[in-house]
Design a protein around this ligand. Structure first.
Ligand SMILES: C[S@@+](CC[C@H](N)C(=O)[O-])C[C@H]1O[C@@H](n2cnc3c(N)ncnc32)[C@H](O)[C@@H]1O
Length: 270
């Protein structure tokens, strides 16, 4: 396996505390009602939103264990805090000099986490393990759950999501299940070898049900080179997949969410 760029993401790489993606928009394109989903854990917002939008089963993966931590912290917080306490906790976690000293962490959240998660947080307590991305309170607060969404999430009483701690290139070797949606957000931006992207998509195609979709989300419009690369990849995957590229609003600036969607339309011949 060629290495993904380790300087960006690795097992203890800091997690994003909040998504920087318009997950509600992505939902309008893929409509994942009552489906099985495998998603990057990232900030934990992807699994939560897929569950909220009607997925019946959600599994997660990430190269960073901190992504599992923020996901579990969010599940515990939703079970026990109101929306304003939840939002404050998320904003505080970003760049917190000492995670366990934040309000609600020691008394409410930590006791609900598994023993490995508790050990990990204590070990890396002062290492800014939730500091990836930019200040969520300033930039992404509209991606918090709305009061209605939060209430629904509370009613779902989500305990946690199955988590596979792996590089995306090995994900197919560690996942025995099949899915209707596989969500890969902002990962391929950091993998510059088109062959690795193509091979990864092909391996993950084996985990899709017929008609299932792989979503490759990017927070900005594709550059010409990226677009050409994806068209080239889609030609090579054409026997089993068809690709579409969706931009939220083409008339606006380059900071427009883009989703490359690959749908499985035939069996993959090995
Ligand atoms: C690139 S980040 C972007 C944040 C994302 N847009 C969100 O909304 O949370 C997404 C996640 O991908 C994970 N990741 C990056 N490269 C990976 C790889 N090669 N294999 C598995 N996960 C990876 C990171 O650890 C991070 O949690």
């Amino acid at each position: 396996m060629k290495q993904s760029p380790r300087h960006h993401f690795y097992r203890t790489a800091p997690a994003y505390v909040m998504t920087n993606e318009d997950l509600r928009w992505v939902n309008t394109i893929v409509n994942p009602h009552a489906q099985r989903v495998l998603t990057v854990a990232a900030s934990g917002d992807h699994p939560l939103f897929y569950q909220l939008f009607g997925a019946t089963h959600v599994d997660t993966f990430d190269i960073s264990y901190c992504a599992k931590l923020i996901t579990d912290i969010k599940c515990a917080a939703i079970r026990s805090l109101d929306l304003s306490q939840y939002s404050q906790l998320i904003f505080n976690l970003f760049n917190a000099p000492c995670v366990t000293e934040l309000p609600h962490m020691t008394d409410t959240i930590m006791p609900q986490l598994g023993s490995l998660a508790q050990k990990f947080i204590k070990k890396y307590d002062r290492s800014y393990i939730f500091s990836n991305g930019i200040q969520p309170a300033l930039y992404y607060k509209n991606f918090l759950p709305t009061p209605n969404e939060y209430q629904k999430l509370q009613q779902m009483n989500i305990n946690s999501f199955h988590f596979i701690n792996t590089d995306i290139q090995l994900l197919h070797t560690q996942c025995p299940n099949k899915y209707d949606i596989i969500n890969l957000s902002n990962i391929f931006e950091y993998i510059h070898d088109t062959n690795i992207i193509k091979d990864t998509l092909c391996h993950l195609g084996h985990l899709l049900h017929m008609g299932g979709k792989i979503i490759v989300h990017q927070t900005e419009i594709l550059t010409n080179t990226q677009q050409n690369n994806y068209y080239h990849i889609s030609q090579q995957l054409a026997p089993w997949a068809r690709m579409g590229i969706y931009v939220k609003d083409k008339t606006k600036d380059i900071c427009q969410p883009t989703a490359i969607i690959l749908q499985k339309i035939n069996e993959i011949i090995r």
